[in-house]
Design a protein around this ligand. Structure first.
Ligand code: MTE
Length: 320
């Protein structure tokens, strides 16, 4: 992204407080490597002036979507964020997103669908059919996390609206509200609001594409995109649009925020691809939050088997 905010992630073991549920699931980073486990830096999570929303526990079914890698601690997942509507610093969303009111919430659905309308969150998300999927999320800024998301497949939502054959793409928009989002009223506007993203219909219907309403067993914290956000694990993190208020089923490729803002740097597809450098930095490696050193970035973020067919015959250097 434009504003690079490099933080070093080292904290004491006391700061590592993942949910009870997850503590025993895997060995964290064992033994003497404990000091390698991160947490917030540059600010202390304990002193954030954040009136926190009480997050409800969710019931969910575990699925086989699990890379079996060490989970990124809850504190890191919820305090090192990109959500420019609340500021461009990594700690800004955790500090300011308490202003967001995720309840009640509705989503406008329009375009080439048989069932357009304004849907309440409760009508969109079947809270009795939530799944947990552990996905890697690889940010374009070359860091990554492994997060236990709770939600529903995007395809299950899309089917409810009965798209017609004219729907070739789905366009998403985030809430734009100056009262709740200090970044939106900021004089220094990095992006043209509302934040916009899009997927081709076959990408959106792929089983990996997910609408998250929670993480680590609880409702989504505001800074992670409450009450519902997209998670597209084979694409750079900026495709995973937060706090969605609009879905538009369209015939032509929709405009997306980062592509509009810097078309030479950010494309519509934004597939994680170690072979195509960002013009200002390499995408070959990444820093997994919580680890020392760097690891190799995998094609499609390691989800090659599930998504390669979507791009058969495409030149991914041109369609980046
Ligand atoms: N959605 C909105 N509305 N605004 C944003 O600034 N940032 C994106 C994406 N979704 C962003 C957004 C980027 S760049 C990333 S890497 C992910 O959210 C980060 O998600 P996380 O903070 O939950 O890790």
């Amino acid at each position: 992204m434009f504003i690079k905010n490099r933080q070093n992630w080292h904290i004491s073991e006391n700061d590592v407080t993942p949910e009870r549920l997850y503590l025993n699931r895997r060995s964290f980073i064992g033994g003497g490597a404990g000091a390698a486990i991160l947490g917030a830096s540059g600010f202390a999570p304990g002193v954030l002036a954040t009136p926190k929303r009480q997050l409800e526990e969710l019931n969910f079914t575990k699925t086989a979507f699990d890379p079996d890698e060490t989970l990124t601690p809850y504190d890191a997942v919820t305090s090192y964020n990109n959500y420019y509507e609340f500021g461009t610093g990594k700690s800004d969303p955790a500090e300011h997103a308490w202003r967001l009111q995720p309840k009640p919430w509705s989503v406008k659905v329009e375009g080439h669908v048989a069932r357009p309308g304004i849907y309440d969150f409760e009508d969109l998300i079947n809270m009795n059919a939530l799944e947990e999927r552990i996905y890697r999320l690889r940010c374009v800024e070359a860091w990554s996390m492994v997060i236990p998301w709770i939600g529903v497949p995007l395809s299950s939502l899309i089917k409810m609206f009965e798209p017609t054959s004219d729907a070739k793409y789905v366009a998403f928009e985030t809430l734009e509200d100056k009262q709740q989002m200090p970044g939106v009223k900021s004089f220094f506007n990095v992006l043209d609001w509302p934040y916009r993203e899009g997927l081709r219909m076959d990408e959106a219907m792929n089983d990996l594409a997910f609408i998250a309403v929670g993480l680590y067993g609880k409702e989504l914290p505001n800074q992670n995109g409450a009450p519902l956000r997209l998670v597209v694990p084979w694409k750079y993190g900026f495709k995973s649009i937060k706090s969605i208020v609009r879905l538009n089923f369209v015939a032509d490729q929709p405009k997306t925020s980062w592509k509009k803002s810097a078309p030479d740097e950010y494309g519509f597809y934004s597939n994680v691809n170690p072979n195509v450098d960002h013009p200002r930095w390499s995408q070959k490696q990444e820093r997994r939050i919580g680890e020392f050193g760097r690891r190799e970035t995998l094609m499609f973020n390691g989800y090659e088997e599930e998504v390669t067919h979507l791009y058969a015959g495409m030149n991914l250097r041109k369609s980046f």
